[in-house]
Ligand binder design. Structure first.
Ligand SMILES: CC(C)(COP(=O)(O)OP(=O)(O)OC[C@H]1O[C@@H](n2cnc3c(N)ncnc32)[C@H](O)[C@@H]1OP(=O)(O)O)[C@@H](O)C(=O)NCCC(=O)NCCS
Length: 179
């Protein structure tokens, strides 16, 4: 497999890369694995992991960073979203490679101690097998129409340490839109 992976800031994406990201995210079947949950407004992502096979985008992960609070105390996290592999390339470890690349970027370039993501509950085992930990505490975030909302099934929040720090105890406030 002729594979190339890179992390680019959104401002550096070419028109063709935007087109390929749009296609990849649309083609990955997000409905698989249970009934749909509520539709939320998600925060924009400032960096993109682009994984090309033979010059075509095969997998994508978005990255951003923010300061959340846990138990009322600030914690910096690198956020991960839009994890997608186009169907023809699924099951070959590409999302795993793109996620590893995202976490390395969060650790080395952003200097954040944790990765943070939300996902539908059927994907919890997938992330758990890759070292992510399920948060069993209330997670709050903001939505334009309704204000402060608590994350509820079928959505879950997970974290991955980038170093030795342990995720603190306490309720999580994302202090912004959902990631
Ligand atoms: C989930 C997804 C990103 C995995 O991509 P991939 O490149 O096939 O992943 P990998 O080859 O690295 O890993 C395959 C693993 O994904 C798991 N997986 C794939 N689709 C899954 C699904 N719908 N539900 C649960 N697990 C799934 C496989 O069981 C396999 O698990 P294992 O290797 O731990 O045994 C891909 O199926 C996809 O794009 N799905 C639609 C979009 C989506 O739901 N993204 C997640 C957003 S949080």
């Amino acid at each position: 497999m002729d594979t190339r992976v890179e992390v680019k800031p959104e401002a550096a994406l070419t028109e063709d890369e935007w087109r390929q990201i749009g296609q990849a995210v649309k083609a990955a079947d997000w409905r698989r694995g249970g009934p749909p949950g509520p539709t939320y407004a998600y925060a924009p992502m400032r960096w993109r992991v682009l994984l090309f096979v033979g010059g075509e985008l095969a997998a994508h992960v978005g990255i951003d960073e923010r300061e959340v609070t846990v138990g009322g105390r600030p914690v910096r996290v690198g956020t991960v979203g839009g994890v997608s592999t186009v169907p023809a390339w699924q099951g070959r470890g590409l999302a795993t490679l793109a996620l590893d690349t995202a976490l390395a970027f969060i650790r080395n370039e952003l200097g954040a101690p944790f990765g943070f993501l939300t996902c539908r509950d059927h994907l919890v085992p997938f992330y758990a097998r890759r070292g992510w930990r399920l948060l069993l505490v209330p997670v709050r975030f903001a939505q334009p129409a309704t204000g402060c909302v608590e994350l509820a099934r079928p959505y879950e929040a997970m974290v991955s340490p980038c170093g030795n720090a342990a995720w603190p105890e306490g309720d999580v406030d994302l202090r912004g839109l959902l990631v």
